[in-house]
Write a protein that binds this ligand. Structure first.
Ligand code: GTP
Ligand code: MG
Length: 205
């Protein structure tokens, strides 16, 4: 898919105030600092569309971006960020949960995990919760530029195998990306394009 336009639409913490247009929507979620905002900029080929930072906790609201005038991409705050207070964490948690439970045009969520890490409890629990709530998701491994090809393969295989050894009947679809060298960009964008086609076919009037 070619990106012809990508515009920031709005930020808020209330899912009922998110854009009402019935366009297909994709959310990027994962632990703080995993690279959600950087990945969005990489996919859109725009350096400063979503705000990024070396310090965790940069993204604090539900941020909508409209792409090619016919789909939305959503940048969310990270979960599992230890430095915000417990009270703030609960508020974050609540509006993220509301977003996933209530956002009807959400067609797929991308759960981002750092390719260098073993499966983390907070990610496993979050994916389990998505599964229980029937919310479709894929895994996006980030920061692949930090590993050599062989190590990438080993990490991904072992990560997915641990999911299958756990509660999952089969491993979710996954993508391997780097925001530094744009690897995985075409794969993710083509995947979105296919779902969009399906969405518009099903919702044609
Ligand atoms: P929060 O908004 O705080 O939840 O973080 P985030 O998940 O949006 O992460 P962000 O995109 O702000 O990136 C966090 C840090 O990781 C920044 O210093 C980025 O430059 C770095 N980073 C993100 N993606 C990559 C990548 O693919 N490769 C490398 N080497 N660094 C990356
Ligand atoms: Mg961010």
């Amino acid at each position: 898919m070619k990106i012809k336009s990508a515009n920031f639409v709005m930020s808020n913490s209330d899912v009922s105030k998110c854009p009402s247009e019935p366009l297909p929507e994709y959310a990027f979620i994962g632990r703080s600092n995993v690279g959600k905002s950087s990945l969005i900029n990489m996919l859109m080929d725009r350096k400063h569309l979503a705000k990024t930072s070396g310090r965790p906790g940069k993204t604090q609201l539900i941020n909508h971006f409209k792409v090619n005038d016919n789909w939305f991409l959503v940048d969310l705050p990270g979960y599992g960020y230890a430095r915000v207070s417990k009270k703030d964490k609960n508020i974050f948690q609540k509006y993220i949960t509301n977003y996933f439970e209530q956002r009807r045009q959400l067609v797929c969520s991308f759960v981002l995990v750092d390719i260098r890490h073993e499966p983390q409890k907070v990610d496993m629990e979050f994916m389990e919760w998505l599964g229980e709530n029937g919310i479709p998701f894929c895994i996006i491994f980030t920061k692949a530029d930090k590993l050599k090809p062989k190590a990438i393969q080993n990490q991904v295989e072992s990560y997915l195998q641990k999911m299958v050894n756990g509660i999952w009947e089969e491993a979710p679809q996954h993508f391997i990306t780097s925001s530094s060298n744009s690897s995985g960009r075409d794969e993710v964008l083509n995947f979105i394009e296919e779902i969009n086609l399906q969405f518009f076919k099903e919702n044609a009037v």
